[in-house]
Design a protein around this ligand. Structure first.
Ligand SMILES: Nc1ncnc2c1ncn2[C@@H]1O[C@H](COP(=O)(O)OP(=O)(O)OP(=O)(O)O)[C@@H](O)[C@H]1O
Ligand SMILES: [Mg+2]
Length: 356
């Protein structure tokens, strides 16, 4: 990772200072539920997408979801469904880079395309559950019960309101103790993989939202699927710690899960107004090449507001730049996976640790 570290220093010295996040209005800044005008979004983003549709005002989430579908069709029509379930592990031990946001919005995008998608919330913070409007108070059957009590996954999965074909296995605060409890459990690294394998409902995609750490919860995720999705925030220190994640992927691939590979890298919170964002994007593309999606996710007020209403940006503001960029990223993922056979790495010749 010497290259990454050197560039990190260069970013600090040469780049213009980043704006603060003050332009990202959180829910406390605007207590009125429902989407507002897209015009407050940062104009950044290298996403070449259709013009935003007018934001819905006062619409129900289901109507908004319908609009999301309409917006989606403007981005390129229906998508191929994978021949077998694609298990996508959304991981980066760095906090706040957009793992949860990416998980729920890619999952919703694919479900709106007609795929059957399960989101597994593997983070004790329960942010993915919140963003999908899924009840996850302490008494709710959760992924903790699956991992520690061997409860079938089907007993904890809940359908997501307003998006047909989208399901969620929620995380409750119990999961905070699971890292330690797992240590003494039989087959501690493969509990999640077994649960997914035993799940009988047909699924096109499973998205696993990992916590910002590389402990046993993340190892369970890495053993349970074939594809690692790494969101990278276009910010200072974007690549810091990535070497450790890639080494862990290699370790798990070598010892526990030979199908594991980094299939997808997604640049998030891209602000086209800053030189730093394009520097980080160039850097990531030069290191990873084909794994990096062409679509960047722009920094968007809509994206950050949606979870506080228990919604994805797809239903919260279907025509926003954030919604359209996630739809486009999902389209890339679906099209890339169309040629994948039996979950084998599709870009075997391009090592995920090349240059790291
Ligand atoms: N494209 C975006 N534009 C604006 N805000 C964003 C965007 N993506 C994510 N955010 C906001 O950034 C914060 C961190 O995002 P998120 O929770 O998805 O990151 P994370 O990697 O899952 O964090 P953690 O490591 O804590 O699990 C959230 O407040 C989220 O709403
Ligand atoms: Mg998260």
């Amino acid at each position: 990772m010497a290259g990454f570290e050197a560039t990190k220093a260069a970013h600090v010295e040469e780049s213009e200072p980043l704006r603060s996040d003050a332009n990202i209005a959180g829910p406390t800044a605007d207590p009125v539920p429902g989407p507002r005008s897209e015009s407050t979004d940062a104009p950044g983003g290298a996403v070449d997408i259709a013009p935003a549709a007018p934001a819905p005002s006062g619409d129900s989430p289901s109507r908004a979801a319908q609009q999301a579908v309409e917006a989606m069709y403007r981005t390129g029509g229906s998508l191929p469904r994978p021949e077998e379930t694609r298990v996508m592990i959304v991981a980066n031990q760095k906090g706040g880079v957009g793992k949860t946001t990416t998980t729920v919005n890619l999952a919703a995008s694919l479900a709106l395309h007609g795929a059957r998608v399960l989101v597994i919330d593997l983070d004790p913070q329960g942010n993915a559950s919140t963003a999908l409007g899924i009840d996850h108070h302490a008494e709710v059957p959760s992924i903790y019960d699956v991992l520690i009590e061997s409860r079938p996954l089907s007993e904890v999965v809940q359908p997501v309101r307003d998006i047909e074909g989208l399901f969620c296995a929620p995380a409750t605060i119990d999961l905070a103790g699971a890292e330690i409890e797992l240590v003494s459990v039989v087959a501690r690294e493969s509990r999640l993989q077994r649960a997914i394998t035993a799940y009988e409902q047909p699924l096109d995609y499973v998205f696993i939202d990992c916590p910002p750490s590389l402990g046993l919860l993340t190892v369970n995720a890495l053993v349970a699927g074939a594809e690692v999705v790494i969101p990278i925030q276009c910010e200072y220190y974007a690549l810091e710690g990535l070497g450790q994640l890639l080494r862990n992927v290699e370790l798990v691939r070598g010892h526990l899960n030979p199908r594991l590979h980094v299939s997808t890298i997604l640049l998030t919170m891209y602000d086209g107004r800053t030189r730093l964002a394009s520097q980080v994007a160039d850097e990531v593309r030069s290191h990873f090449g084909k794994e990096v999606l062409r679509t960047n996710i722009p920094r968007s007020v809509r994206i950050s507001e949606a979870p506080s209403y228990g919604q994805t940006v797809l239903t919260y503001d279907p025509g926003s730049s954030g919604s359209l960029s996630y739809l486009e990223a999902a389209r890339e993922i679906a099209l890339r996976g169309a040629g994948t056979q039996q979950g084998l790495p599709q870009q075997e010749q391009h090592s995920p640790v090349k240059g790291a």
